[in-house]
Design a protein around this ligand. Structure first.
Ligand code: ATP
Ligand code: MG
Length: 583
């Protein structure tokens, strides 16, 4: 489908973007120079020092770092200095619990302030912080704590039961710290484990702490991938990741001193760590955190009340906001917004155009992975957008498309999206799976596992996960382009497309479609949608089968789980579903 270019006119920007001239900065950029923006002491650094402590010592100390909104609309504020003190107390607390460098400290929390200061406090101490999404069930918790051999777990009263169920299968887990009022947590016990109230212990610590300066390659945090394609992998990141996260937050999210920034991702996933804690605070932006469920009304109210300027969210949320209607947007004053970005899944052109209509500006798609530790390919504020494209590589990043033999392919040719290794936030290993780690590298490239092509202007286009590309009647079809075309149809909200084995065609395309509210899923509509795709995309790319469904299966980070649709369709084992949203 032909999409028109979204032109950017720098002269219309109130303030020039941080990355004013992509080509120029790209040419002169080096990671060595970028290091000068990060504080090193004798070639050592600490990611948490750069994200929080440095700001608590400079002019930002009394500036609000965190605006926190609770599930019941409670409101709290923390300055950089206050937050830093809490991180120091937490680091001291870990010392009391005999946590050593490299020990794993895990967080199983909703987005409460303890998650933020606890994470940074762990980094300060030289231990490895790990996070888990609060909606995980006992099995998912056991898998992650078991694999990581975590020594300490921080959780909250409402989640305690799920931990208690599996704790006896976790021999390495020594101590469980529980948030909440000490009086109300006193009864919580697990045989053979130390259970302590977090705040009771925290309040006994001093806010004086000498942050450990680490080797750049020392591990800082670990995160399990989203499990979209299979069993989640425990990805290890080093302290030096902060260099990349700082620069990318600056160039892609365009963060500045005076921004009120809202990243809607959960710190259970990499986006919530890299750009809600590390790169965003290292740039000195004030961060908004909402510890509640998605609700279009509440979201718009947050933007209005906190005067959010930069908003980083995900395609699934954008599509849901769009489904909630334009009238709702009009009820709020969202004029503070100046830059919108999206990550996690391909962003279809349609929601980009809707963003312009609803907010007066487009969402800027960017691509990266848990393994990459930071944004690698992006649409920048000052660069024209080709809707449906992921944009261009970040300065300092060499991206390419290679064939299965590791040879670079020409423009407009589909292949494996690959990156030259060596950027600072590249994963250091996959925890206890060194062989798996090795499979990512081939012929001097990091192979992402995604299929893409590059056009003549250097823009990268996502086709689909390597496993999801459909081979039908000798043609290769990416699910993304079919899904994008489907959501252009006025009755369609979301679509997930799979290849279904077929004796004649190899595979046929099957689309699972969620319709707009009030629209009836008739055979006539199926036919109409099929014709629509034939007309707008290509005759061979139309879904021969369509099934209307109420909800698409998604990971808890909001990604369509195509492998689940496929397994169900074919009656195959469902595989690891620990990250599947209730469905
Ligand atoms: P798993 O590796 O466990 O299967 P996952 O790949 O979904 O899960 P993440 O690391 O959270 O885990 O997600 C990275 C993947 O998300 C990318 O490889 C890509 O497939 C997809 N993705 C992220 N951002 C974009 C984007 N802007 N456009 C297209 N795809 C994206
Ligand atoms: Mg992946």
């Amino acid at each position: 489908m032909k999409q028109s270019l979204i032109k950017k006119d720098i002269s219309s920007f109130k303030i020039p973007p941080n990355l004013e001239n992509y080509e120029k900065i790209r040419k002169s950029f080096s990671w060595e120079k970028a290091k000068s923006q990060i504080e090193y002491k004798n070639n050592k650094l600490n990611a948490a020092y750069n994200a929080i402590e440095r700001n608590a010592q400079n002019w930002r100390k009394n500036k609000i770092a965190l605006y926190w909104i609770g599930a019941e609309n409670q409101k709290e504020k923390y300055t950089f200095s206050e937050l830093n003190q809490l991180t120091s107390k937490f680091a001291n607390l870990l010392g009391k619990l005999s946590v050593d460098q490299g020990d794993r400290v895990f967080f199983f929390l909703t987005r409460v302030p303890a998650l933020y200061f606890g994470f940074l406090g762990t980094l300060k101490s030289g231990a490895i912080a790990g996070t888990m999404f609060a909606a995980f069930g006992p099995q998912a918790v056991e898998d992650r704590l078991g694999n990581s051999q975590a020594k300490i777990l921080v959780t909250e009263p409402d989640l305690f039961e799920r931990v208690a169920k599996v704790a006896n299968k976790l021999p390495y887990l020594k101590t469980i710290l529980v948030t909440g009022d000490p009086k109300e947590t006193a009864h919580l016990k697990i045989h053979g484990k130390q259970v302590i109230n977090l705040f009771e212990l925290l309040n006994k610590q001093t806010a004086k702490y000498k942050t450990k300066q680490m080797d750049p390659k020392d591990y800082a945090f670990m995160l399990y991938t989203s499990g979209t394609t299979g069993k989640p992998k425990g990805v290890l990141h080093a302290h030096q990741a902060i260099i990349h996260e700082h620069m990318s937050a600056k160039y892609v999210l365009d963060l500045r001193e005076d921004d009120v920034y809202w990243c809607t991702a959960d710190p259970g996933w990499v986006t919530g760590i890299a750009y809600e804690i590390l790169g965003s605070w290292s740039n000195g932006a004030s961060t908004v955190v909402h510890n509640g469920r998605f609700s279009p009304d509440i979201w718009y109210k947050i933007i209005q009340d906190y005067k959010v300027t930069v908003w980083y969210t995900a395609p699934t949320a954008i599509r849901m906001l769009e489904a909630a209607g334009d009238q709702l947007v009009a009820k709020y004053d969202l004029s503070s917004l100046r830059h919108l970005a999206s990550v996690g899944e391909p962003l279809n052109p349609e929601p980009i155009r809707w963003g312009i209509k609803a907010f007066g500006m487009p969402f800027h798609d960017n691509w990266w992975q848990t393994e990459t530790g930071g944004i690698l390919i992006a649409n920048y504020p000052a660069m024209d957008i080709k809707p449906g494209s992921m944009g261009k590589p970040l300065p300092g990043i060499t991206a390419s498309v290679i064939d299965d033999q590791g040879k670079e392919v020409g423009t407009n040719i589909e292949g494996n999206l690959a990156i030259k290794p060596g950027w600072p936030s590249m994963m250091k290993t996959i925890w206890r799976r060194p062989q798996k780690y090795k499979t990512y590298f081939k012929g001097g490239w990091y192979i992402s596992g995604d299929k893409a092509f590059r056009d003549k202007d250097g823009y990268f286009w996502f086709i689909g996960r390597a496993d999801d590309v459909i081979k039908t009647s000798g043609e290769r079809v990416g699910p993304f382009e079919v899904e994008s075309a489907l959501v252009e149809h006025p009755s369609v909200i979301e679509a997930g497309v799979i290849g279904k084995p077929d004796p004649i065609r190899g595979e046929i395309i099957k689309a699972f479609i969620k319709l707009k509210e009030g629209v009836k899923g008739t055979d006539k509509l199926k036919e109409e949608i099929q014709q629509f795709i034939k007309r707008h995309l290509a005759a061979h790319a139309y879904p021969r089968e369509i099934e209307f469904i109420d909800r698409l299966p998604k990971t808890r980070s909001g990604k369509i789980m195509r492998r689940y649709l496929k397994a169900k369709e074919l009656g195959l084992p469902l595989g690891d579903t620990s990250t599947l949203e209730e469905y």
